[in-house]
Design a protein around this ligand. Structure first.
Ligand SMILES: [Zn+2]
Length: 322
């Protein structure tokens, strides 16, 4: 039942869910992404030919009122096309909030960033240094950071799951960037999994630092079940960095006690750990207080969007929320 859309709580006093992490990509890239996931998740039930209409209909079936649509170029040559694709796609989807991206080889990063933010009206930019295969926090990327800082816009950046990707991020360089560009809102996608002690410290020190719990919630549920002796775990459980999770275990829970107002919960839909109802169940496994859940499911995203000059999403959510 992980792979079926259905009610996630909108209406009847439920909590709406604004998803800050969705991938509707051009068909060729969608195929590549799904094929890649199938490589490490045998039996992954999403078709390589899934269409934008199908993804959208699943999101609507799961009552997702708004979502961030994230793209990222694998090589410089597709950068401009991909950003244009996201502009055109999201222009026709009321719920979609598009983000742009660029490549380390993009010759004029300031120009591409300004095109995305000023001409296309994107809320912010996203980088996936592991998939894009370049480090994010290096001097070459400063022109991007400068534009985001000048305009107070968000940078969504993949962090964590180093063992799984077999890659490594320079976390000191990341911290220095957060410090050097205090108006740029840095969202650590996947919350540095599983370096939650560091995530907790950075939330304490930098008000422009945020977390997105995409996949992290499901992995921590898996970890807790592993701990309590459940056996039918998905194959992915083997790359959980169990010792590092163990070391950071207490800090995972402290994040939600101390900084729920800067933590959001996205999904990687349609290539994450399931459809929204199952991923909501993963969140509810932890029995967080209602206030924490409201922050994770919509409060934090709404706050980030309006802080960054985007629309007042909270006002457009169903009655009772916001
Ligand atoms: Zn993603």
């Amino acid at each position: 039942m992980r792979w079926k859309s259905g009610k996630t709580g909108m209406g009847d006093g439920g909590v709406p869910w604004v998803d800050p992490h969705v991938h509707i990509l051009p068909p060729r890239r969608m195929r590549g992404l799904v094929r890649w996931v199938k490589g490490f998740t045998p039996g992954f039930p999403i078709s390589e030919d899934i269409t934008r209409e199908e993804i959208l209909s699943d999101l609507r079936g799961s009552e997702i009122p708004f979502f961030f649509n994230l793209v990222f170029p694998l090589w410089e040559e597709e950068t401009a096309d991909l950003n244009r694709f996201n502009r055109d796609l999201c222009a026709g989807i009321e719920e979609a909030i598009p983000f742009g991206s660029l490549h380390i080889e993009t010759p004029d990063k300031e120009k591409e960033a300004r095109r995305c933010l000023e001409e296309y009206g994107f809320l912010g930019m996203k980088l996936h240094p592991f998939a894009q295969r370049f480090p994010a926090f290096v001097p070459e990327m400063r022109p991007l950071f400068e534009v985001l800082d000048e305009q107070g816009k968000p940078l969504l950046v993949h962090t964590g799951f180093d063992d799984f990707y077999g890659m490594y991020m320079d976390l000191e360089a990341m911290e220095k960037t957060i410090r050097d560009y205090p108006r740029m809102q840095v969202v650590a996608v996947h919350s540095l999994f599983p370096r939650f002690e560091l995530a907790h410290k950075l939330l304490g020190e930098y008000p422009n630092f945020w977390l997105d719990m995409t996949n992290t919630i499901s992995c921590m549920r898996m970890y807790e079940e592993l701990r309590s002796g459940r056996e039918d775990l998905p194959p992915l459980a083997s790359s959980l960095e169990v010792e590092e999770v163990e070391r950071n275990h207490g800090y995972f829970y402290r994040l939600f006690e101390d900084y729920p107002e800067r933590i959001m919960y996205g999904t990687d839909f349609p290539v994450g750990f399931g459809y929204h109802p199952a991923l909501l169940e993963d969140l509810r496994f932890f029995s967080f207080p209602r206030g924490v859940e409201e922050n994770l499911l919509y409060g934090t995203v709404c706050r980030l969007v309006s802080l960054c000059g985007g629309p007042d999403l909270a006002a457009r959510l169903p009655q009772g929320a916001g």
